[in-house]
Structure formats: C-alpha cells, structure tokens
Ligand binder design. Structure first.
Ligand code: HEM
Length: 407
C-alpha cells in the first residue's frame, strides 16, 4: 500500500510543478482570508489546518473546500480532536490497560466515534467517485485506487478493497493536514518571538523574490530562509514520539537484545534535540543550519520525517508546502505580539505537538512596504482548549470552530 501511495502521489504531481501551482493558489486564498479579518481577532488553527488540508484533499478528491465549508470543518474537527486526544492521560491508560479502561467513559470512546464519522464521510465520497469513474481520466488518488480495484482481482483483491481505501484516505488526510499546519503555526509563533529573525527572512525574500510569486527553485538561493524553516521543524519537533514500529527479526542494538515482534518507539526528540549535533538544542537558533559564511549546511540529525523504509511518505510535498506557505506569508505580513504579551513556547498536548492556541488580530494595515502587521493575543491556555474540546457536540459544532474561539 505504501508503494502504491508513493507512486500515485508522484504521478499526481507531488513534489512537482503541478502541486506547486496548487499550493500557490491555496496561498492566494490563505492571504485573502488573513486580510479579511480587518482588524478583528481571529484564531488561526482552523485556517492553517484548512489551507494544509486543501492540498492533500485536492490530490485525494480533486477539489478544494472553502475555509468555512461546514462539511470540511466537521471533517477537520474529527481529525484534530483525535490527534489531541491521543496525547491525553485517559487514552494512554486505555492503550496500556485496554480491557479495563474500555468500560470507562473518556477520550478513548470519543476517538472511536470520531473515526467512524470521518470514515462515513470518506465512504460516501468514494462511492460518488465510483459512479463517475472514467478509467481513461484518473485525476485523483481515489480514482487510481478504484481502477486498481477493478483490475485483476486475484492479484489485488487482498489490498485494494474498500476498507483499505477508507483507511488510506483518512490516514493521508490526517498525515497531510495536521503536521504541515502545526509546523507553520510554530513558524509564525517563532517569527513573533524573534522579530529580528523575521526581518532577516523578509529581507532575503525581498532580495531574491521581490513581489513575485515564490517558487520552489527560489529555496536554493535563500540559505537563511531555508535554515529558518529547518530550525522551525527541528525546534517544533511536532512528532516527538514518531510512529510506533516493531522489530521484524531478533536484533541486538547497543548491547540490548530486542526479540522479533517487539514494539519499538524511536523517539525523534532524541535526534532533533541531540546536543552532540546541535550547539543549542533547546533554543531556536537558525545558525544550526548555517556556516560562518551564511551558507546553508545540512545536519545528519535533522530527521523530523524520521528515517528508513517507513519514513514519511509525504516528505517532498511537505517541504514544498512549508517553503511556499512560509515565504508567501512573510512576503505579505509581519507577525508581531501585542505589547506586553508573553509568547509561551510550551507545546500543546497531543500525538503531534502544535503550539498552544493563539488568536491573531491585524493591528496595522498597509504600512509603507505594503505588508500587514499581525498582532497576537495570548489567550487560550491548554487547559481551556481541552474544556472546549470536551464541550463539543459532534452533531452541531466543531472542536476548533472559529466562532467558538472569537469573542
Ligand atoms: C511537516 C510535515 C510532516 C512531518 C514532520 C511528517 C512526519 C512524519 C513522520 C515522523 C512519520 C513517521 C515515520 C516513521 O514511522 O518512521 C510520517 C509518516 C507518514 N507521513 Fe508524514 N509528515 C509530514 C507531512 C506529511 C504529508 C504532507 C503527507 C501527505 C502525503 C504525509 C504522509 C505520511 C504518510 C503516508 C506516512 C506513513 C508512512 C508509512 O507508514 O509507511 N506526511 N510523517
């Protein structure tokens, strides 16, 4: 299934010009949305999730959604809530003592409900695709999967069945949305925290790109911005526990014997914060990726996408998204905290670790260099965020509903 996914994503333009154009179009919508608040405070998690989700959604379904589309908000809400719930103590207890905890109320039950709801939506969607399927015009990953399903059943039926399609689509949706969006949110927060670094990025954008549309090939001409994006990923460390793996054979590692079939959690924190590889592992320091002449330098411990045969299948897509969204936002806006606001870099709880939720407000508009200044109000603390999640009624509201977070 991994091989099918990677080759289909590649055929559909992942990491190439086709997707680059899609990302740039999405940037237009994102910038319009940011500008539309006209000075009123807004919470950006939902918007960033929607922008990142739209890229993977157009690869999967062949179209994008409006940021306010209720179906889209609902779907993102299920995924977002589940990613957060996986990090809660009750779900950790459930994973350890399943047969006991399953009888108790708590987040583990909500996770299942959310997964069922999301899968219902996906099943309805691909049923529609099935009705309109044209073998000679495969535009989406779902089309390609359905064509495979119709081919030689004896060879493919064990993989290309409906249940696998539902799981594949929901996994790609979750993997493609949450990770990219969390990283970008960290990027904006860190730019507010370190305005001088933000200014350096903007100067480089001005020098290399000016007011034209950022393209992937600009990246190699922009060592400072490249270093900042790498450092955002390293510092943000958004998948600290990685995905769980298991040994396929007996292994002896650093003197420890690990039998075949042992559950292994290869912590990414151990490399991303390794003091043997990073001078200031717990600080945000773009110099980790720059030499004394300002050239970009790689670091072998930079592994936010993990390593090996099961490393991130969307790495190329993610890198393109991060570069284009980040440069485009900083080309158009300056992000800054309201006077007196303290920017807390403590991550939120969850399987992935985005920053805690902030609301942005546009403070100054149209300053002389045509950028918009955005100010941040430090507001929702983590605890409050979880109150808001548990108060969610799945039938009528969405966990990260923008209205919910607006005052
Ligand atoms: C900043 C963005 C992203 C980060 C940091 C990230 C990170 C990761 C990590 C750490 C893993 C686990 C690898 C392992 O098990 O060793 C993973 C797996 C995966 N990612 Fe990403 N990812 C990102 C974006 C994306 C995007 C945009 C997609 C969309 C195509 C994607 C698709 C996947 C898939 C399908 C897997 C499972 C691979 C497998 O099990 O074989 N990721 N990602």
């Amino acid at each position: 299934m991994r091989r099918f996914t990677i080759s289909t994503l590649r055929d559909l333009g992942m990491g190439r010009k086709t997707v680059e154009n899609q990302i740039n179009e999405e940037c237009d919508f994102l910038i319009k949305k940011f500008k539309s608040y006209g000075g009123k405070p807004f919470e950006n998690t939902t918007i960033m999730n929607a922008a990142a989700a739209n890229i993977i959604v157009s690869i999967l379904l062949g179209h994008r959604f409006d940021y306010d589309d209720p179906v889209f908000l609902r779907l993102m809400g299920f995924i977002n809530e589940n990613v957060r719930l996986v990090g809660t103590p009750m779900v950790m207890l459930y994973n350890t003592f399943t047969s006991l905890i399953r009888w108790l109320p708590g987040g583990h039950r909500k996770i299942n409900q959310n997964a069922v709801e999301a899968q219902k939506f996906i099943t309805e969607t691909f049923t529609k695709h099935k009705e309109q399927l044209d073998i000679n015009d495969q535009r989406t990953l779902i089309d390609t999967f359905l064509v495979k399903q119709q081919e030689d059943k004896s060879e493919f039926s064990s993989y290309f069945h409906n249940d696998n399609l539902v799981i594949l689509v929901s996994n790609l949706f979750a993997a493609g949305m949450e990770t990219t969006s969390s990283t970008l949110q960290w990027g904006l927060l860190l730019m507010m925290k370190y305005p001088e670094i933000q200014k350096n990025v903007q100067n480089e954008i001005e020098k290399v790109i000016g007011s034209s549309e950022p393209q992937s090939e600009h990246r190699k001409l922009m060592p400072y911005t490249d270093a900042v994006i790498h450092e955002v990923q390293r510092f943000a460390n958004i998948v600290p526990t990685n995905l769980p793996h298991a040994t396929t054979q007996d292994v002896t590692f650093k003197g420890y014997f690990i039998p075949k079939g042992t559950y292994v959690i290869p912590l990414l924190t151990s490399v991303l914060r390794d003091e043997a590889h990073f001078e200031k592992p717990n600080e945000f320091h773009p110099g980790h990726f720059l030499d004394s002449k300002g050239n970009f330098v790689r670091n072998e411990a930079f592994l936010p996408f993990s390593a090996g045969k099961r490393s991130c299948a969307g790495e190329n897509l993610a890198k393109m998204e991060l570069f284009l969204f980040f440069t485009r936002l900083l080309q158009n806006f300056t992000f800054q905290a309201l006077p007196g606001a303290e920017l807390d870099l403590t991550p939120a709880l969850g399987f992935t670790t985005p920053p805690m939720t902030y609301r942005y407000t546009k403070r100054l508009t149209n300053d002389h260099d045509q950028r918009y200044d955005l100010a941040v109000i430090v507001d929702l603390v983590e605890e409050k965020m979880f109150n808001c999640l548990s108060a969610t009624d799945p039938k009528t509201t969405f966990p990260y509903d923008m209205q919910h977070n607006l005052e």
